[in-house]
Design a protein around this ligand. Structure first.
Ligand SMILES: Nc1ncnc2c1ncn2[C@@H]1O[C@H](COP(=O)(O)OP(=O)(O)O)[C@@H](O)[C@H]1O
Ligand SMILES: [Mg+2]
Length: 300
């Protein structure tokens, strides 16, 4: 509940993104809250950026609560929001059920019950944000159930006059109905997280090496990973174990990375629901780098 967040490990780049997020937190603390969606590929650093914002909030004594939309089917509707409500500062909150005893079991009755639940939820968050602000982070909207997405969409409309900042993370693809439902609401801010840039990768390599690396490795890593933080971590770990990062040897670097299982495994999880041929193609591409033509890839 509002614990201090101190994300572990190296953090580079993202200055602009953090500046904007800090500004949104300042706005929220001043009574101009909002709901923002950070979108990006898996491994692009959405969670990590949210953690860094959590640390900023903790440093300002702003409570931080987290919820996550679970990948497993079978979680009850609104599960992420129930978790969030249970962590809100102040009295112990529990989301009321949509009992037929209050609203009847007709279609209008259920819609009214749902609306009442959404209102209750928004009120709980708005009240918990007094007096010094509140940061709510909801992870992985692409896995949200439709009720959670509708509740978040409803919440977006209540935040501009509150001290709450709600930051939601979501994958870019595949586009899910839940993501579309939230993004389509008025007042929702949307940001796409791109890959880390060359400067950030140089900083990353310097930190890993503890000195000044040959910057041509940054170009190579950028080509291999497009700045995806998850791939970057794996590629740099492999490189640092195989070559000296202070003297450039492109052939040795490429040989170090070629066909590595660690890199292939990284693309498996997001690839879960595609055909075996497609998965093979992407796995091959994941270790081929960008100098490989499509014809060569298909032949592989
Ligand atoms: N700016 C960054 N600097 C260094 N490492 C990062 C950065 N952003 C993310 N990472 C690391 O990259 C990996 C993937 O990031 P993560 O935030 O989990 O991605 P996503 O949530 O977009 O799937 C994690 O190990 C994370 O710590
Ligand atoms: Mg994440």
């Amino acid at each position: 509940m509002g614990g201090a967040y101190a994300p572990a490990g190296l953090f580079v780049g993202r200055e602009q993104e953090l500046t904007e997020l800090r500004g949104w937190l300042t706005d929220a603390q001043a009574g101009r809250g909002r709901l923002a969606v950070l979108q990006g590929e898996p491994g692009m650093g959405k969670t990590r950026l949210a953690e860094e914002l959590g640390a900023v909030a903790s440093g300002r004594a702003v409570p931080v609560v987290w919820g996550r939309c679970p990948a497993d089917t079978g979680a009850p509707p609104l599960w992420p929001l129930r978790r969030i409500v249970s962590q809100l500062p102040g009295s112990h909150h529990r989301l009321p059920s949509t009992g037929d005893e209050d609203f009847g079991s007709s279609a209008e009755g259920s819609a009214a019950a749902r609306f009442a639940q959404f209102e209750w939820l928004a009120d709980a968050i708005v009240q918990a944000a007094e007096p010094n602000g509140l940061l709510v982070i909801v992870e992985d909207l692409h896995w949200a159930d439709s009720t959670t997405a509708a509740a978040l969409g409803h919440l977006a409309g209540e935040l501009p006059r509150s001290r709450a900042l709600v930051v939601i993370t979501a994958r870019l693809l595949p586009a899910s109905a839940a993501v579309g439902d939230v993004l389509g609401r008025p007042g929702v801010m949307q940001r796409q997280l791109a890959g880390l840039d060359r400067n950030a990768i140089v900083a990353y390599l310097d930190s890993v090496d503890g000195g000044r690396v040959d910057q041509r490795y940054a170009d190579l890593v950028l080509r291999q990973t497009a700045g995806n933080c998850l791939f970057l971590g794996a590629v740099v770990r492999l490189l640092a174990a195989g070559v000296s990062l202070r003297s450039y040897d492109e052939d040795a670097a490429r040989a170090t990375l070629a066909g590595r299982r660690e890199l292939i495994d990284l693309v498996r999880e997001p690839m879960g629901r595609v055909s075996a041929d497609c998965r093979h193609l992407v796995e091959t591409a994941s270790v081929a780098g960008d100098d490989c033509s499509v014809t060569e890839l298909v032949a592989a």
